[in-house]
Design a protein around this ligand. Structure first.
Ligand code: CA
Length: 243
């Protein structure tokens, strides 16, 4: 697989190691050692397919950089590197629009799997855009989503969703009322097969609930099915009447 990556990491030996290993896998890799430098490179002509972004940087941190990117309408996939395994960091990363994260120290294999996953998703996303096959819009409850323009409205209020949140939402939209296992979602949305990291799915369901449910702790649309996975119910009132 090929692609152009930006590694943002101020520890130079670590940045050099990541660059070397990613290049050995066939990627083109640039390195930025500060958030400011990364920002400039992202504005430049190169055009990146994904960013590997460390949180701890000398000027401003990875959370802030990611947030600025998303605020500017840049939805390039971001894999965050967190030094601590604290849930708080992970949640914060996902909230500012990171697509995935890795806890240091991580194995090279793990990093490569995540990179492949975000690039595959991106390819799939671009491919599906060309094919015009999947639905372009989705409406349920108070929500209206346009997958082309990334415009998401909940009760008329614009929401910012990451590419991965949109991919997951689209997959649910294509398979309403069906129980979808975490493994199926990992495979179809994250493009990862036989991958045990299914907590990722749970984190993203929590994010969709925060965006779309009136009461995220009592979801009406994104339902947990114990021991099986999740089910998307676009029209809970109609479903309740019918059963
Ligand atoms: Ca660092």
């Amino acid at each position: 697989m090929s692609g152009r990556l930006l590694v943002v990491e101020d520890e130079e030996h670590l940045a050099a190691g990541l660059k070397l290993n990613l290049e050995l896998e066939g990627y083109e890799v640039d390195v930025a050692t500060t958030a400011r430098e990364a920002g400039e490179q992202l504005l430049g002509p190169a055009g990146y397919d994904a960013i590997v972004l460390d949180i701890m940087l000398p000027d401003f941190d990875g959370f802030e950089l990611c947030k600025r990117l998303r605020d500017a309408g840049n939805f390039v996939p971001v894999i965050m590197l967190t030094a601590r395994s604290s849930a708080e960091d992970r949640v914060r990363g996902l909230e500012v629009g990171a697509d995935d994260y890795l806890v240091k120290p991580f194995s090279l294999e793990e990093l490569l799997a995540r990179v492949r996953s975000v690039l595959r998703r991106r390819e799939w996303e671009q491919g599906s855009r060309e094919n015009e096959e999947p639905p372009r819009t989705l409406e349920f409850g108070r929500a209206k989503i346009d997958f082309d323009t990334h415009e998401v409205l909940v009760s008329g209020e614009p929401q910012k969703l990451t590419q991965l949140e949109l991919d997951l939402l689209r997959y649910f939209g294509e398979h309403p009322h069906r129980v979808l296992s975490r493994d199926e979602l990992m495979e179809k949305v994250w493009k990862l097969r036989n991958y045990s990291y299914t907590r990722t799915v749970d984190n993203f369901i929590a994010r969709l609930r925060r965006h779309f449910e009136e009461n995220p702790s009592q979801p009406q649309h994104f339902l947990s099915v114990r021991g099986a996975g999740y089910k998307f119910v676009p029209d809970p009132d109609a479903t309740a009447t019918a059963s």
